[in-house]
Design a protein around this ligand. Structure first.
Ligand code: AMP
Length: 284
């Protein structure tokens, strides 16, 4: 397994692979890897000739009051995990290498970035689009793998790829969870033992809401009940939204789910200082 911090070295390696007719699968991450990341890596390994994983805590997707400085990092352990998966290259650039003209977002996310996360993390998806576009330019992958855990992010990226006509196949894979339902996340290390014990209530509330929606209960009511349950369990809820899974337009705004009838229930809530997000997607 090769480790490079240099975009130029990364690009040269990718060009060489492509010239030999090899297809590149790519998994962009911010590191502090867990089984959710590794599930993406294994899927990419299955489908593509060579696999690149990037590890880069991207400054432009963090707000000024967010956790960029204390975001967990452990490159040594990440490299050991990836070596075990027998991937080909780890690309771990510096911020200076990725942003030679200054740390700022230069790609604008589309309208699907506006609701949910967009309300509470303004500019977040511009940062995500900017770094993903730059990573795609450097790595030149045939396919890139993303987790459903960050559902809105997958929509924002699919929209960017379509608008900019990027020649990258976007693959979305299911959320990997702990046995009690908590979605794996690098940020879960922030949770105190007591918070960790309550954390699965987030996923439970999503499943409960899905059941209620499928039973025909009014969506506004379902949203309100879920938010109350979470608040009683000690969460500070930012949003709990039942929406069209293609546009993220709330179904409670009088719209019925779009063409495919796909619905997402997405939530973000703080447990202590830790911000957790999760979602479920289903067909009505
Ligand atoms: P991150 O390192 O948090 O930026 O995540 C890198 C990629 O891994 C993103 O596409 C995430 O959606 C995905 N990911 C994170 N957690 C999970 C999980 N529990 N299950 C599946 N994919 C995940």
């Amino acid at each position: 397994m090769k480790l490079t911090h240099s975009p130029a070295v990364m690009s040269a390696w990718s060009l060489k692979q492509a010239a030999s007719g090899l297809r590149i699968g790519f998994v962009p991450t911010m590191g502090f890897l867990h089984e959710g990341h590794l599930a993406l890596v294994r899927e990419a390994k299955k489908k593509y000739d060579v696999v690149v994983v990037s590890i880069f805590v991207n400054p432009t997707q963090f707000g000024p009051k967010e956790d960029f400085g204390k975001y967990p990092r452990n490159l040594k352990n990440d490299l050991a995990l990836l070596r075990n998966e027998k991937i080909d290259v780890v690309f771990a650039p510096t911020a200076a290498a990725m942003y030679p003209d200054g740390v700022k977002a230069s790609v604008k996310a589309g309208p699907v970035a506006k609701p949910l996360e967009g309300v509470f993390r303004p500019g977040h998806f511009d940062g995500v689009c900017t770094v993903v576009k730059k990573l795609f330019d450097v790595v030149a992958p045939h396919a890139a793998y993303f987790g459903q855990k960050d559902f809105q992010q997958t929509l924002v990226i699919q929209d960017m790829v379509a608008r900019l006509r990027l020649p990258v196949n976007i693959v979305v894979r299911p959320t990997v969870r702990e046995s009690d339902g908590l979605a794996l996340s690098s940020r879960n290390v922030y949770l105190s033992p007591q918070e960790r014990a309550f954390a699965p209530v987030l996923y439970q509330s999503l499943l409960q809401a899905k059941k209620a929606v499928m039973a025909g209960e009014p969506v506004r009511e379902v949203e309100r009940t879920a938010a109350t349950v979470l608040t009683l369990a000690g969460f500070k809820v930012q949003y709990f939204s039942i929406a069209d899974a293609e546009t993220l337009v709330p179904i409670s705004a009088g719209k019925s789910p779009g063409r495919k009838g796909k619905v997402v229930i997405a939530a973000a809530a703080y447990l202590g200082r830790t911000r957790l997000i999760d979602n479920v997607v289903f067909r009505l």
